[in-house]
Design a protein around this ligand. Structure first.
Ligand SMILES: Cc1cc2nc3c(=O)[nH]c(=O)nc-3n(C[C@H](O)[C@H](O)[C@H](O)COP(=O)(O)O)c2cc1C
Length: 417
C-alpha cells in the first residue's frame, strides 16, 4: 500500500535489527496533494530539513489530528468567506480568502515611517508562508543597516503567528531559514491544528485595534501587574524589557532631544521622512506612509520624546498640547546585535504592543536616538547589564491612535501552488 502522510506527522526510520527508531523527524511539507512521498522532513537530531524518499525501513506515525473541517476556535466558523476547507486545489489548503486575510493581519503591524518593507508568499502544497524584506521600503539614511526594517518585519511576523493561531493552526516559525538568502526573513509552516493553548491566539483582538498614538498620555502609574505582563511578553521572544527609572529617564530624554535636533537638520533623514509623510492636501492614493492625521499634536511642554513627522514645518490646523513630565519609557534589548536579534525584537515589540492594547494602554515609538550610532550606546542602563537597546516604547493611558493606510494584501502576497 502506498505511504500517505500529512504535514505534522512523524517519519520514523527503524533500525532493521532492533526495530528501535534510528532517526525521526517531522514532515513539514508535502510534494503531492494525496500525501504520497517524497516529503520535506525536519530531522529531530539536526533540525535540518531534507527531501526524503522513504525506504522500506520507514513508516509514518500520524499525529492523529486533522485540521480539515475542524471548527477551530478562530473565525472559520464565523466568517463565511474565510473557510479554510477546500475551495482551491488540495482538500487541506487554506482558501485564498483566508491566506489573504492572514496576510492582512500581518500587515497591520507597525513599521518605521509606515514603509511596510515586507512581502509574503504562501506555498499552498507545503502550507508554508515566507516573509521577505522588500527593499523598496528601506530607509537608506535613517536605517542603513536595515535594523528597523527587520524590526518592522518581525512585528509583521508576530501578527502572522497570532493570526495563524487564531485561525486554529499550530505553526513552526523559522527565522532566516536560508543562510544564502538573508532577505528571506522567516518561514511559518502550518503543521496541524492548535491544541488548547491560548498563546498567542488570545492576542488576536488587538491586531487591528493597535495603532501608534502620538497624543499626550495621563501622568498615571502603570500597575506592577501590567508591567510584569509586558516584561513577560518580551521575554517570550527572548528580548529583555525594562522600564527606565527616574535617573535614566532624564538621560534618555536628553539623548532623544539631541537626536531629534540632528534629524531636523539632516538632509538624509529629511529625505526619508519626506518620502513617507503626507500633507493634508495630498491627493495621491494613500497606501503607505504617515498621514498628517497621525502626526499628533505639537509638543508645548513635557518630556515625552516625540518625533516631529512634520519635520519642523507648520501643518495647518495642527494643535499644540502638553505631554507627560514623566513618560513611561520601556527599553527592549538583546544581548547581541545580529539580524536574528532584530527580528526577535520586532516580534517582542508587537507582542508587547498587543498585550498593552488589550490592557487598555496606548503606545508610541521613541527611536530617534537609536538611529545615531554614537547616541545608541549611551541609551543603555549600565546597571541592568542590558547590552544592545533595540527599541524604546512610550506607554501610557491616553487616546488611541488613528488608523494608518496599508498596501492591500494582494499587492504584497503571492500564492504559489
Ligand atoms: C522600527 C520602528 C521605528 C519607529 N520609529 C518611530 C518613531 O521614532 N516615532 C514615531 O512616532 N513612530 C515610530 N514608529 C511607528 C511608525 O511610524 C508606525 O508604526 C507607522 O506609521 C504605522 O502606524 P501604526 O503603528 O499606527 O499602525 C516606528 C515603528 C517601527 C517599527
Amino acid at each position: 500500500m502506498p505511504m500517505h502522510a500529512h504535514v505534522g506527522d512523524q517519519l520514523m526510520v527503524e533500525s532493521p535489527t532492533t526495530g528501535a527508531a534510528k532517526r525521526d523527524g517531522e514532515i513539514v511539507g508535502l510534494r503531492h496533494d494525496d500525501g504520497t512521498p517524497p516529503y520535506d522532513v525536519r530531522w529531530s537530531d539536526t533540525d535540518q530539513v531534507t527531501l526524503v524518499f522513504p525506504g522500506p525501513d520507514a513508516h509514518i506515525h500520524p499525529t492523529g489530528h486533522e485540521p480539515e473541517g475542524r471548527g477551530p476556535k478562530g473565525r472559520r466558523e464565523t466568517t463565511g468567506d474565510r473557510t479554510s476547507t477546500a475551495t482551491h486545489g488540495s482538500a487541506r489548503s487554506l482558501s485564498d480568502a483566508v491566506v489573504m486575510a492572514l496576510v492582512e493581519d500581518a500587515t497591520a503591524a507597525p513599521s518605521m515611517h509606515n514603509a511596510q518593507p515586507w512581502r509574503f508568499q504562501y506555498f499552498r502544497r507545503r502550507r508554508v508562508f515566507s516573509l521577505r524584506a522588500d527593499l523598496r521600503g528601506a530607509l537608506p539614511h535613517t536605517d542603513p543597516e536595515l535594523r528597523a526594517l527587520h524590526i518592522g518585519c518581525g512585528a509583521a511576523l508576530m501578527n502572522l503567528r497570532v493570526a495563524v493561531a487564531h485561525e486554529g493552526w499550530e505553526a513552526q516559525t523559522r527565522p532566516l531559514p536560508d543562510p544564502g538568502d538573508p532577505m528571506l526573513l522567516a518561514s511559518v509552516t502550518l503543521t496541524g491544528p492548535l491544541g488548547d493553548e491560548a498563546d498567542p491566539a488570545d492576542l488576536y483582538p488587538a491586531v487591528r485595534t493597535r495603532h501608534t498614538s502620538r497624543f499626550p498620555f495621563a501622568e498615571t502609574e502603570i500597575p506592577a501587574s501590567v508591567r510584569t505582563s509586558l516584561v513577560d511578553a518580551a521575554h517570550r521572544e527572548h528580548v529583555a524589557l525594562s522600564f527606565a527609572p527616574g535617573w535614566h529617564l532624564q538621560s534618555i530624554v536628553d539623548l532623544a532631544l539631541e537626536a531629534e535636533a540632528r534629524n531636523l537638520t539632516d538632509a538624509g533623514a529629511a529625505a526619508d521622512l519626506a518620502r513617507f509623510t503626507r500633507a493634508t492636501d495630498d491627493t495621491r492614493p494613500a497606501t503607505e506612509g504617515v498621514p498628517a492625521s497621525a502626526f499628533g499634536p505639537r509638543r508645548r511642554l513635557g518630556k515625552a520624546p516625540m518625533r516631529d513627522f512634520a519635520g519642523g514645518k507648520t501643518v495647518p490646523g495642527r494643535p499644540t498640547a502638553d505631554f507627560e513630565t514623566f513618560p513611561h519609557l520601556a527599553l527592549l534589548s538583546t544581548s547581541r546585535d545580529r539580524p536574528v536579534d532584530w527580528l526577535r525584537t520586532g516580534q517582542a515589540v508587537e507582542r508587547v504592543l498587543l498585550r498593552a492594547t488589550l490592557a487598555g494602554l496606548s503606545a508610541s515609538f521613541v527611536t530617534q536616538a537609536l538611529e545615531w550610532q554614537d547616541l545608541r550606546w549611551p541609551l543603555r542602563d549600565p546597571t541592568s547589564g542590558m547590552a544592545y537597546v533595540q527599541m524604546m516604547l512610550r506607554l501610557g493611558y491616553g487616546p488611541p491612535g488613528p488608523r494608518t493606510p496599508r498596501r492591500p494584501a494582494r499587492d504584497v502576497l503571492d500564492i504559489e501552488p
